[in-house]
Design a binder for this molecule. Structure first.
Ligand code: FAD
Length: 487
């Protein structure tokens, strides 16, 4: 196993639980990859994902390694899940649970919209129940397999999955604020809600219906817990070890070569590094699939992490979305013109609201994320970096947050690329229909017997829930290899 990101750790848990001998080789000093940790001056910052959903999939991953999640991880519901602040000065709290959210919508948008919310959640649930087993949590052996069996595809058409996402959501809600709140999740898949298909509302299901959680000790507790569970089940995890190449013979993989000359023999090699770079750096003579080379990558983001003195503005919660005036225009700028948002919508997360132990006594930690174009866009990050960061911090200050940082870190798309993420985006290949399911780079490649890919560059896709599933699907591929030994 190369890499202890969440995709790699999930694969390790599933493989060790199925009786395979597993060695995980990770170049960093801690597990987690993008779900990283910055431990500085008494602060513990999560550097990647902040919105945790689908906790059942995390529990399944622990269970695969014979572990009980409760022994490794304590999850707290985040309620409100988001405080949504609109440019007209109004605020809607996205609440945990249908009843609480219906009451909030009733109060802020009226009885009609509240009554619709229940119907909307039922539709999201139907979509999820149909899509998970048939299109998400499964391996594909050919493009045609998406229509085998045909009935789920027909059901997806019947549920309206092939309409546009924004118009599907606006068929439920007339209030433009609710339309934004239940469609912005398309951005998690790298898409504008105006262009995405409604079937991607399955992402809205993940937070709106399943709820948002936060682990005691921060998001990094998830990879730490999974790594501990895999180790307890018998996997070997080595940190500070960089893999330089996958070694192969005429009949398939033989193992990996490490920086420093050591080799590790293996019957199968599971690769968790970002897929385009895994091909380029570790599988030198085999080109990445066309869609990975020529495809459309998700927008990226800039992140400002700060440990600050002073308290949060009144009403601030764990996750605060500050919407700009413009909406469709923001997506056009990011996705069509490759420019920064003219009137940015940003996420301000303060994990110390849920777990004050993540900062020294009396201090607050802030995580600010602004979506940006990826490196295919038209921003020169070397020239723009300082000005962009200053503008972001100024905006955060104008919203009332303390910005007097005693520790801080700023990450832009060029930094993501330096960390090994293709096109400078941590969100991989976008989830356009023709880059999803059987059209996404597969987790096996006929040219590379014995190699299996996991993580956000392969199936099913981006985000913590998806990469956990990618680990399970990767383990299934290793089992297939074990069942048909090489000649
Ligand atoms: C700022 C940010 C915000 C995000 N927000 C959310 C969110 O709120 N919710 C959500 O669900 N998702 C979110 N995501 C996305 C989510 O974090 C990723 O989809 C997921 O963590 C990717 O996991 P992975 O296993 O595919 O890859 P990675 O985490 O990148 O793992 C790959 C691992 O391979 C290792 N590696 C690479 N090359 C080598 C080598 N040669 N030798 C040894 N090891 C190597 C790397 O060090 C790394 O540990 C966010 C990501 C970022 C960065």
């Amino acid at each position: 196993m190369v890499g202890a990101g969440l995709g790699g750790l999930s694969a390790a848990c599933h493989l060790v639980g199925r009786g395979h001998e597993v060695v995980v080789l990770e170049r960093a000093d801690v597990p987690g990859g993008r779900a990283g940790l910055w431990d500085v001056g008494g602060y513990r910052f999560d550097t990647g994902p902040s919105v945790l959903t689908m906790t059942g999939l995390i529990a399944d991953t622990f269970r695969a390694a014979g572990a009980d999640m409760a022994e490794h991880l304590t999850l707290m519901p985040v309620d409100p899940m988001y405080r949504a602040c609109f440019a007209d000065g109004t605020v809607i709290h996205v609440r945990h649970g249908r009843e609480a959210m219906s009451a909030e919508i009733h109060q802020t948008c009226g009885a009609g919209e509240a009554a619709t919310f229940g119907r909307f959640c039922d539709w999201l649930t139907d979509l999820y129940r149909l899509e998970l087993p048939n299109f998400i949590d499964r391996n594909f052996d050919s493009v045609l397999s998406i229509a085998r069996p045909l009935r789920p595809l027909l059901s997806l058409v019947r549920l309206g999955g092939f309409k546009k996402l924004a118009s599907a959501v606006s068929s439920y809600f007339a209030d433009e604020r609710l339309q934004r709140l239940f469609s912005f999740q398309a951005m998690y898949a790298g898409l504008s809600p105006f262009d995405a298909l409604a079937l991607y509302c399955v992402i809205t299901y993940m937070d709106t219906v399943e709820g948002v959680y936060f682990p005691v000790g921060g998001m990094h507790a998830v990879p730490r817990g999974l790594a501990a569970a895999a180790a307890k089940a018998g996997a070997t995890l080595r940190y500070g070890v960089t893999v330089e190449a996958v070694t192969r013979s005429s009949s398939g993989v033989t193992g990996v070569a490490l920086a420093g000359g050591e080799t590790v023999a293996a019957d199968a090699v599971v690769l968790n590094p970002d897929l385009p770079y895994a091909y380029r750096d570790l599988l030198g003579d085999v080109a990445a699939p066309r869609v990975a080379r020529r495809g459309h990558y998700s927008p990226s983001c800039a992140v400002w992490l700060a440990g600050v003195k002073g308290s949060l503005p009144e009403g601030a919660t764990h996750h605060n979305i500050h919407f700009g005036h413009q909406w469709a225009e923001s997506f056009d700028a990011l996705l069509k013109r490759g420019e920064t948002q003219p009137d940015p919508s940003i996420l301000v997360t303060s994990p110390t609201v849920s777990d004050p132990s993540l900062a020294p006594e009396g201090r607050t930690s802030i995580y600010v994320l602004e979506p940006t174009p990826n490196l295919d866009g038209n921003v020169n990050w070397v020239a723009r970096r300082d000005l962009f960061k200053a503008g972001l911090v100024e905006r955060v200050a104008a919203l009332g947050y303390p910005t007097d940082a005693e520790v801080e870190r700023f990450v832009d798309p060029a930094d993501w690329e330096r960390q090994g993420m293709a096109r400078g985006t941590p969100f991989a290949l976008a989830h356009n229909f023709f880059q999803t399911g059987p059209f996404r780079p597969n987790n096996v490649d006929k040219r590379l017997p014995g190699v299996v890919f996991v993580g956000s560059g392969t199936v099913p896709g981006v985000g913590v829930p998806m990469v956990l599933l990618s680990g399970r699907l990767g383990a299934e591929r290793v089992d297939e290899l074990a069942a048909s030994p090489r000649s």
